[in-house]
Ligand binder design. Sequence first.
Ligand code: NAD
Length: 420
Amino acid sequence: MANVQLFDSHMYTEVIRQYEEVAELINLDPNIRERLKHPQRALIVTFPFRRDEYEEVETVVGYRVQHVLSMGPTKGGIRYAPDVNLGEVTALSILMSWKSAIVGLPFGGAKGGVAIDPTSLTRGEKQRVTRRYTAELLPVIGVEKDIPAPDLGTDEQTMAWIMDTYSNFVGSPQPGIVTGKPAALGGSVTRREATGRGAIAVTAQAMDKIHKTYKGSNVVIQGFGNVGRYAALDSYERGAKVIAINDLGGGIINPEGINIPELFKHTAKYHSVAGFEGADVLSENILEVECDVLIPAAVGGVITTSNVNKIRAHVIVEAANSPTTVSADKILKDNNVLVIPDILANAGGVTASYFEWVQNRQNYLWKEKDLYEKLIDTMTSAFEEVWTISQKNKCDLRTAALIKGIKRVAAAKLTRGLFP
Ligand code: NAD
């Protein structure tokens, strides 16, 4: 039996715990059950990069983990954060497998990361880290093999550098090597906004199911990065009231609703929501603000047994990956809080990535309007299926989503058979 301690981390333990519970529930084939706990490939690299101070060279650790290679290329983001480790990246790659399967994409899950604080990097340093990291990943990534995308601490510019580095090695332009790149390189506006907007599309649908309306709801959002800001904008456009938002720079609150387009202008200038004139300073913990819908859209592990009973929201939308611990999730269920799980709520990102990748491979560009419609259609269809599974099995949405995702991945593995 493979040594799972290799991937030991809090997040890996949590992801496997969720998986085991559902595997038991669906009576998953025992061989497949064991296989899916381990990633098929995990590459660890160490590499040096030069700080702007020419003499200063720092060595860092990077990872790329591919969970399942049975259903097509692997797909998943790259994060730059100080605490990135093999266990976390592995856990996130497993979640990516379920996520792609839930929305029906022909991908296995992958994830990558570099253990570095992105805020400590100048633009030049970030570029050098990215180019060298890409060079180290060359044996395992490829348009038909494994396609990275942005995640925490990385963005469109980072993807452009990866695409440029990879294309230089291959000797021809390879836009399909990454998704979430700038529009000028074959990226799409829809991809940029997809995770946040996709999350709100399924939130509005969930509100309908419980006979409430999203329009007029009070919404609280943790994080105003790529995901949080478009979740906020979509909510604002739908007539919901975003009453509190925070980021690493601070928090703001306005019970009348924050003007999100104005907040976009403020953050473009000051790089934080803090100091926004159209709201007061938030003095309480953002997760504890009373609201209809709470959207954690920043980092993992923020809703735990120590704060879960202080949450005063009716619906939680996990726009971030793994914001809720398994134990806290059970308490939320007892407290009758409806949780839209990460593997469904933030699947808009990988869905729009899939469309971007297809366009790049075909060298054919759809209109943004068509892309957006496809995105919303995929997300709402997936939600409907997951909702039906949850009603049929009398289970929560996370269990229902995992049932759908795990069954699909297992079916692909079983049908392909075992080599040799
Ligand atoms: P990002 O780096 O663009 O933004 C992160 C935001 O969270 C920033 O505003 C930052 O200041 C804030 N933040 C960080 N730590 C915080 C804390 N402790 N409290 C409050 N705010 C904090 O990242 P992103 O791309 O928006 O990703 C956010 C989450 O969504 C991550 O969990 C990521 O894995 C997940 N996700 C992202 C995508 C995507 O398309 N970018 C897709 C799926 C899932």
